[in-house]
Design a binder for this molecule. Structure first.
Ligand SMILES: [Zn+2]
Length: 132
């Protein structure tokens, strides 16, 4: 778990926003940034984002619910949300564990995800849900 990135302390409830500010989230991060990673599945390789995990009850849309768009593909289990104004991915309900959201670490207020060392890349080509 990561409690501090650069000069920014991760708050128990940390604010997050898209680029244009239309969408604002509150994310409960009692254990800091958990399981930061990239992924090379078909959608993640295009967005290139550092993501981390939060519980479904731990993310609240406090502003911009109306501009938040849902994108789904393939099995339609995962729910990928992005701001329809600026196009920034904010969070998604995970396919591998639907009790969890992944969220865009770069959306956390004051956090530069490139200061987190050694972020692993998930094998999203062989998705965990596709393995026996
Ligand atoms: Zn936006």
């Amino acid at each position: 778990m990561i409690k501090r990135v650069g000069d920014t302390d991760i708050q128990l409830t940390h604010k997050a926003s898209c680029h244009c500010g239309a969408v604002e989230l509150e994310i409960d991060l009692p254990d800091g940034i958990v399981d930061p990673r990239r992924c090379d599945c078909s959608i993640c390789r295009r967005k290139g984002t550092v993501m981390a995990s939060a519980f479904l009850s731990g993310i609240r849309v406090v502003k911009g619910e109306d501009v938040l768009k849902l994108y789904q593909f393939n099995t339609n289990k995962a729910k990928h949300y992005f701001c329809s104004v600026c196009g920034i991915y904010t969070h998604h309900q995970r396919r591998s564990d639907t009790n969890l959201y992944g969220y865009n670490v770069g959306c956390l207020e004051g956090v530069n995800p490139f200061l987190i060392p050694d972020v692993p890349v998930n094998d999203g080509v062989n998705h965990p849900a596709d393995r026996l």
